[in-house]
Design a protein around this ligand. Structure first.
Ligand SMILES: NC(=O)c1ccc[n+]([C@@H]2O[C@H](COP(=O)([O-])OP(=O)(O)OC[C@H]3O[C@@H](n4cnc5c(N)ncnc54)[C@H](O)[C@@H]3O)[C@@H](O)[C@H]2O)c1
Length: 481
């Protein structure tokens, strides 16, 4: 069912219900020899390589194929029974592949997911699942229409410790929830700046796929696509999405917020990167607001060490009236408001996430997924909102940012801490200011931006263009399937 313009929240929920009952009717399929699920990995870089090793350790699954646009990344990897391809379409047309794991750069995720569903493959798609707000809903629809199992690669959703913490907080063990904060302080340096160049050792046109084919200015092709808007989503979409996803799980928010705003900039060095390395986003849910704070600069200029917020360097702080939860990777603890430990939630970093996907594939039951595409979509789209507001922003002093966020004291105080942090990195905010974006008004039912506060009419048009993305012909994510 089309869930875009003109579709109410009720219709969305009904679509979910229809999807669920349809899901129960997913056809059983003929697996490979021994009943193994035959999986192909698309995108064999850092993460894809990790998936290949992990799949080799899981029972009931067989690595059937490997695909990477870059032939260098496939060198020496073909083996008996494992075919290789540079073009993902060569994988999708094969009958001996049951499921694909998509670990390409972000700009390819949605197009490949839709293509894979259409080709009858189940999909594990890395986070952020999408490159803009519109795409995620189309991915959900593709899964429903083609009766596929589609899991988001937000693995912390499979961490039993975190799930238990969320259940306890939702049951009121810490009192009324007040706010949640995704914290990601990870050192990231300059990606360099060179004269424009085009990679010659691969089909760069295919690498760009949905994105414009433009010369690169950064030092390296791989990985640093994260920090360029046409292919990546910055650290908000890269790492922030993990912590935000768990914040949102604890808060129990299932939709986009009604309002969002962000401030941030790329500071401390000049390079070919476009995305902020210092970023604060406010997802202003009416009941429990959620914040994301990204820092890629160190504790102090020249240092490698990063700071922390209440002991968390990369994770979640979720504040309730009677105390707070802090953690992520190894689970976490609840604390009282004096910082005294209350209860431990041991975690495993979501180690069972791929196994959870494979179980759902085998049993033809999307409803047992820990991170169904619906959840991946909402968390990714919230990160896109944070990026979008910042991209529409203009340089502003910290005092003006503080004023814009004053309805959310925790966010306003974060601005004070960011000011100190940037001073410690010798960033001159008068010369290179943070950008303050506008408040975005969102129709959460339709997943549409309906207003840009204080903005000119063209700001709304600009916001909507960013929210729906642009594509090269042949690589579009269609509005209706
Ligand atoms: N869940 C996690 O904890 C986690 C951790 C790291 C990365 N990731 C995600 O995994 C994805 C990949 O990240 P990475 O660090 O491996 O990046 P990377 O740049 O190292 O690897 C991406 C690979 O995809 C290939 N590629 C590009 N377009 C392709 C296409 N259309 N078909 C086939 N191959 C294509 C590239 O050539 C490259 O080898 C990203 O979405 C990232 O956010 C997730």
């Amino acid at each position: 069912m089309a869930a875009g313009k003109g579709c109410s929240r009720r219709a969305f929920l009904q679509a979910g219900a229809v999807g669920l009952s349809a899901a129960l009717l997913l056809p059983r399929r003929a697996w490979g020899a021994n009943g193994d699920v035959r999986v192909a990995v698309i995108g064999c870089g850092n993460m894809g390589g990790g998936h290949v090793k992990h799949l080799a350790q899981l029972p009931g699954v067989r690595l059937a194929g490997l695909c990477d646009v870059d032939p260098e990344r496939l060198k020496g990897k073909a083996s008996e029974g494992v075919f290789t391809a540079n073009d993902p379409r060569r994988i999708l047309e094969r009958n001996d592949v049951d499921a694909v794991v998509i670990a390409t750069p972000d700009h390819w995720h949605a197009t490949l997911t839709v293509w894979a569903c259409q080709a009858g493959k189940d999909v594990y798609v890395q986070k952020p699942v999408s490159h803009n707000i519109r795409e995620g809903r189309r991915m959900i629809e593709a899964g429903l229409k083609y009766k596929r199992v589609v899991q988001a690669g937000t693995q912390y959703r499979s961490d039993e410790g975190l799930r238990q913490a969320a259940a306890d907080i939702q049951a009121g063990q810490l009192g009324k929830p007040l706010w949640g904060k995704a914290v990601w302080y990870e050192l990231r340096g300059s990606i360099g700046i060179k004269d424009p160049w085009m990679p010659a050792h691969l089909d760069y046109d295919l690498y760009c796929g949905p994105a414009p084919v433009e010369p690169l200015r950064r030092n390296q092709l791989h990985y640093d696509w994260h920090w360029v808007w046409s292919t990546g989503t910055g650290d908000l979409g890269n790492s922030g999405v993990h912590a935000f996803d768990i914040c949102r799980m604890i808060a129990g928010h299932r939709t986009l917020p009604p309002r969002a705003i962000a401030a941030g900039a790329r500071l401390g060095y000049e390079d070919a990167g476009e995305t902020p390395n210092t970023h604060l986003a406010v997802l202003a849910y009416d009941s429990v607001p959620l914040f994301i704070e990204i820092r890629n600069l160190p504790l102090k200029k020249g240092m490698k060490a990063m700071g922390h917020f209440r002991g968390v360097q990369e994770g979640v702080v979720f504040q309730c009236e009677g105390g707070y939860f802090a953690g992520l990777r190894a689970g976490g603890w609840t604390y009282d408001n004096d910082g005294k430990k209350i209860k431990q939630y041991k975690g495993d970093g979501g180690a069972q996430h791929m196994a959870n996907f494979l179980n759902a594939v085998r049993e033809r039951k999307p409803e047992i997924l820990n991170a169904p595409i619906q959840e991946g979509h909402v968390s990714s789209a919230c990160c896109h909102l944070g990026n979008l507001s910042c991209r529409l922003g203009a340089g502003a002093p910290p005092e003006a940012i503080r004023e814009a966020l004053k309805a959310h004291p925790e966010a306003a105080e974060t601005v004070d801490r960011l000011k100190e942090h940037l001073a410690a990195n010798e960033v001159d905010l008068a010369r290179t200011p943070l950008k303050l974006g506008p408040w975005l008004k969102i129709d959460a039912d339709r997943e549409e931006i309906v207003g840009v506060e204080g903005g000119m009419p063209e700001a709304l048009t600009q916001a909507r263009t960013l929210a729906r993305g642009t594509y090269r012909k042949g690589f579009e994510v269609p509005d209706s399937l």
